[in-house]
Every structure is written in structure tokens, then in C-alpha cells.
Design a protein around this ligand. Structure first.
Ligand code: FES
Ligand code: FES
Length: 257
């Protein structure tokens, strides 16, 4: 049986036979639908139409004109709504949008020095330090608050400079790695980092030191686990963690920070 069917399909006879059958089925179906339509929709008296075709054409035209009428009504209604509601919505949007000045005067205190700056109010503290003040110690790693490379201190607390607006740090004391040492004398934690070989490429190092210094003053450097927990926001791609933890632990134990 299967072989016969396959042969028919290969020669094309089967395909033609199936096509003819499908057409016949479809014609029967359409004719049934038309008959149902005539029985459900009341028509003008039968005498008005000479044939079934004419009655069908009449029905289709009536349906078409009904749809055109509905479409036209909806377009008019849409136009009325748009002309009345849109100006109101636009006015509301304009009223709700605050105007932001292009330039703002910002006074910063960085490493004990005062700076009067004209800044884009949206400027981050990190970009301001690096681009406007030339203090490139704080690094831009991710620029989205996940790596800690940009860590600086504001009023003694560690903050991510990439997520802080410069505008928001006015009147506060900002300390960067450049302000941590005393002239040529390194900060104890800087010296400890060198002793413990706590870096390789050094890209994360300034953030690690600024964060580690605050971590010690916060009292979160009692043991290795505590240091790892409270320094977990500072990532090191070179994986110099053993040296970093050892340096912080040593300075914390000496009470030098
Ligand atoms: S650059 Fe700020 S957290 Fe990565
Ligand atoms: S020393 Fe290279 S990323 Fe930390």
C-alpha cells in the first residue's frame, strides 16, 4: 500500500488527485456558508434578485458599505480625541519636565584644597577628579559601581566616585590617593602594600588602599575573614588578595591607619 502511494506521488498523479479533491471540498464548504448566510440574513423579497449570484453580490456590497461606515466613524472619533487630548497631554509633559542648566558652579574641597568649577551638573565625581582636576589616581574600571577601582573618601567614608555626582559633594572633604601620603612619606597602608607585594598591574590598587584605610578606621579589619568581607566591593583581576588582606591586617594590628 505504502509503495503504491509513493509511486503515485513520484509520478505526480497523486498530487493532482489530491488537489482536485481539495478544490471540491473547498467549493462544497463555500457553498454551504453562502446558503447559511442567506438563511440567517433577512433579504429583500426574493423577486428582487434574478439569481443566487445577484443576491450574494448584494449581500457582500451591503457588508462592505457597513464596514466603510464603521471605519469612517472611528477615524472621525479618533481625530476628535486626538485634537482635544493631545494638546493637554503635551502641556502636562512640558510642565512636568524640569529644566536643567547646562553648566553649574560647583565648589569642591579636594585633598585640603578648594576648587571653583563650572561643571555639567550631571558630571560624576570620578570624571571631575580625573578630567577637570587632573587627579588620575582614582581609576575608572567599570564606571557602574561594581569594581571599586574608583574608590575615594568623602568626609572619611569610602564612596564610589563613578556613582557620585560632583555636585553632591560640595562642602564636603574629598580625599583621593594623591592626598593620602604626607608629601614624600607614604601612608602606612601604602608602605604595607609594597612590603606585602599586594599588587601586580596596580589598576585596582588605589581603590584598594582608599577602601582599606577606611575599613581599618571603621573597625572592620579584626581578622582575615572580616577584611575579606568588608573589602569585597574592591575587585582585583590580578587576584592579589592574599597580599592586600595581609597589608590591611598588619596596619590594623599596628593601629597606624
Ligand atoms: S569604576 Fe567605580 S566601581 Fe568600578
Ligand atoms: S593588581 Fe591588577 S587588578 Fe589588582
Amino acid at each position: 500500500m505504502k509503495r503504491d502511494r509513493d509511486n503515485e506521488n513520484v509520478t505526480g498523479d497523486g498530487v493532482r488527485a489530491a488537489g482536485t479533491k481539495n478544490c471540491a471540498n473547498r467549493a462544497t464548504k463555500v457553498s454551504g456558508q453562502l446558503e447559511r448566510l442567506h438563511s440567517e440574513v433577512p433579504l429583500e423579497p426574493e423577486s428582487q434578485f434574478a439569481s443566487l449570484d445577484e443576491a450574494t453580490r448584494h449581500l457582500l456590497e451591503r457588508e462592505l458599505s457597513r464596514r466603510r461606515f464603521l471605519a469612517g466613524s472611528m477615524a472621525v472619533a479618533g481625530g476628535v480625541v486626538a485634537s482635544q487630548v493631545l494638546p493637554y497631554a503635551e502641556a502636562q509633559t512640558e510642565a512636568a519636565t524640569p529644566t536643567v542648566p547646562d553648566v553649574a558652579e560647583v565648589n569642591l574641597n579636594v585633598n585640603g584644597r578648594a576648587y571653583a568649577l563650572q561643571l555639567d551638573p550631571r558630571a560624576s565625581l570620578l570624571d571631575t577628579l580625573r578630567d577637570d582636576l587632573g587627579l588620575t589616581g582614582a581609576k575608572k574600571g567599570c564606571n557602574q559601581g561594581t569594581c571599586g577601582a574608583c574608590t575615594v573618601q568623602v568626609d572619611g567614608q569610602r564612596v564610589l566616585a563613578c556613582l557620585s555626582l560632583a555636585l553632591m559633594t560640595q562642602g564636603r572633604e574629598i580625599t583621593t590617593i594623591e592626598g593620602l601620603s604626607d608629601g614624600d612619606t607614604l601612608h602606612p597602608l601604602q608602605a604595607a602594600f609594597i612590603r606585602h607585594d599586594a599588587f601586580q598591574c596596580g589598576y585596582c590598587t588605589t581603590g584598594q588602599i582608599m577602601s582599606g584605610d577606611a575599613c581599618i578606621r571603621e573597625g572592620h579589619a579584626g581578622n582575615e575573614l572580616e577584611i575579606r568581607e568588608w573589602m569585597s566591593g574592591n575587585l582585583c583581576r590580578c587576584s592579589a588578595y592574599p597580599g592586600i588582606v595581609a597589608a590591611i591586617q598588619e596596619v590594623a594590628a599596628q593601629g597606624d591607619a
